[in-house]
Ligand binder design. Structure first.
Ligand code: NZQ
Ligand code: ZN
Length: 395
């Protein structure tokens, strides 16, 4: 077991109508001049934005707003947010949306504390942040886990490069989570979200050593629960209990709880997908589903006991007479693919709707290694040529 530090300072306010507490909470955390940051039209259409503004007004808090954050959020919007925040002396950022809006908010919050420097330098891993404005979240999609994570992922739309930056200062002060807010999601986004939640757990599960029984049991519980409710939501999208289970799972999967005792996780599938997101603008969770089976088949022999345990304890594979460990591990991967198909997710890049050339695969593989500054992964260390092979297998 590895030593670990667990730090999850975000206060969670969970349940129906909790968004009405936004004003009171911002005030409690010292916010007096707020930038409300949101995405496309969903928060306006549902009336959520009006309810949030009413709550800030009731608390007597000044606010300006900036919408238009796109999935795989752009650095250009971050720069716009920093300018707007500077002009208005903003001291608190309120993110109303999903991972993309929260990540854009984190980038603005870092940028505001050093407005004379280019915030992209953090994402290019050229320097560390010195500060971060306080952030609050009103979550509208269960997926990225950014509401409790230290990480944010931004795309430089000019170069097609998607990069992440992690710092504990970026963890939101509070996260309001009302599962009812997620009932307006298109099915593809709901299921991409469920896939991402599972992947955040699996990235920390498929590692080399350092595993604790209690961590494994929590991880397996999260995975089985999300699988169950992802299928329910596929046919019953307004089911409150299912929305609630998945929403809480999104935070637990990425607040580092399932990484306690291991080596920090594999995260190769994420890095491989981020390159696809930067180059082809695919939906993050669906992109993960499209690469995971190929990644798993490429690495499973190097981490066989974990893949066997996963097959048996998560995917419900039963070991019949004569089956080897390798057979059981492969049956687990096949069962995962069958699950992805049942919830409408792709299991390769063709099904995802992209077909990168050999040259593009090489570029993405090099980008993934550059993003982490060396080989990817824990289950098996992956060099550029390994990643190219995984892209080729995922065609
Ligand atoms: O823009 P609007 O109109 O709001 O539409 C959004 C968007 O099109 C829509 N949506 C969100 N809530 C809705 C809704 N539509 C109807 N009703 C609602 N209640 O859903 C679409 C996707 O939104 P987005 O915020 O992009 O989703 P998600 O939460 O999956 O975030 C994805 C981003 O997070 C990054 C991903 O790479 C990607 O850029 N990640 C961030 C992480 C982190 N910060 O810790 C970790 C993750 O691994 C991930 O990389
Ligand atoms: Zn993810």
């Amino acid at each position: 077991m590895f030593n670990f530090e667990f730090y999850a300072p975000t206060r969670v306010i969970f349940g129906k109508e909790t968004e009405t507490r936004a004003g009171e909470l911002v005030k409690e955390y010292g916010g007096t001049r707020v930038l409300i940051h949101f995405g496309g039209k969903s928060a306006e259409r549902s009336g959520l934005l009006d309810r949030v503004k009413a709550s800030l007004d009731a608390a007597g808090i000044f606010h300006v707003e900036l919408g238009g954050v796109v999935p795989n959020p752009h650095i250009g919007k971050v720069y716009e947010g920093i300018e707007l925040a500077k002009v208005n002396n903003i001291d608190f950022i309120l993110a109303v949306g999903g991972g993309s809006v929260i990540d854009s908010s984190k980038a603005i919050a870092y940028g505001m504390t050093e407005p004379d420097k280019d915030v992209w330098e953090l994402y290019a891993h050229e320097r560390q942040a010195k500060g971060c404005l306080p952030i609050g979240v009103i979550l509208t999609i269960a997926a990225a886990g950014s509401e409790m994570s230290n990480s944010s992922v931004i795309t430089n739309e000019k170069t097609g490069t998607k990069r992440d930056y992690g710092n504990n200062m970026g963890r939101p002060k509070f996260a309001i989570m009302n599962p009812e807010l997620t009932t307006t999601l298109p099915d593809y986004q709901t299921e991409s979200g469920c896939t991402d939640i599972m992947m955040h757990t699996m990235e920390r599960y498929f590692t080399q050593g350092g595993n604790m029984e209690v961590t494994d049991e929590i991880a397996e519980g999260i995975l089985r629960t999300v699988m169950k409710y992802a299928e329910i939501l596929h046919t019953d999208p307004t089911n409150y209990e299912a929305r609630a289970e998945v929403m809480w799972a999104s935070s637990l999967a990425h607040n580092d709880l399932t990484g306690c005792g291991n080596d920090g996780g594999d995260f190769a599938s994420h890095m491989i997908e981020h390159e696809m997101g930067g180059m082809f603008d695919v939906t993050h969770g669906a992109g993960l589903a499209a690469v995971w089976p190929s990644w798993a088949r490429y690495v499973y022999k190097e981490d066989l006991p974990r893949f066997v345990r996963y097959a048996e304890k998560v995917m419900g594979v039963t070991r019949t007479e004569g089956l080897s460990d390798e057979d059981v591990a492969l049956a687990g991967i096949e069962a995962m693919e069958a699950f992805y198909h049942r919830i409408g997710m792709p299991v390769n890049m063709t099904e995802l709707g992209i077909s990168p050339t050999e040259e593009q695969m090489q570029t993405m593989a090099e980008g993934a290694v550059r993003a982490v500054g060396g080989p990817l992964g824990s289950a098996k260390k992956l060099e550029v040529e390994d990643i190219v092979k995984i892209y080729q297998m995922a065609k």
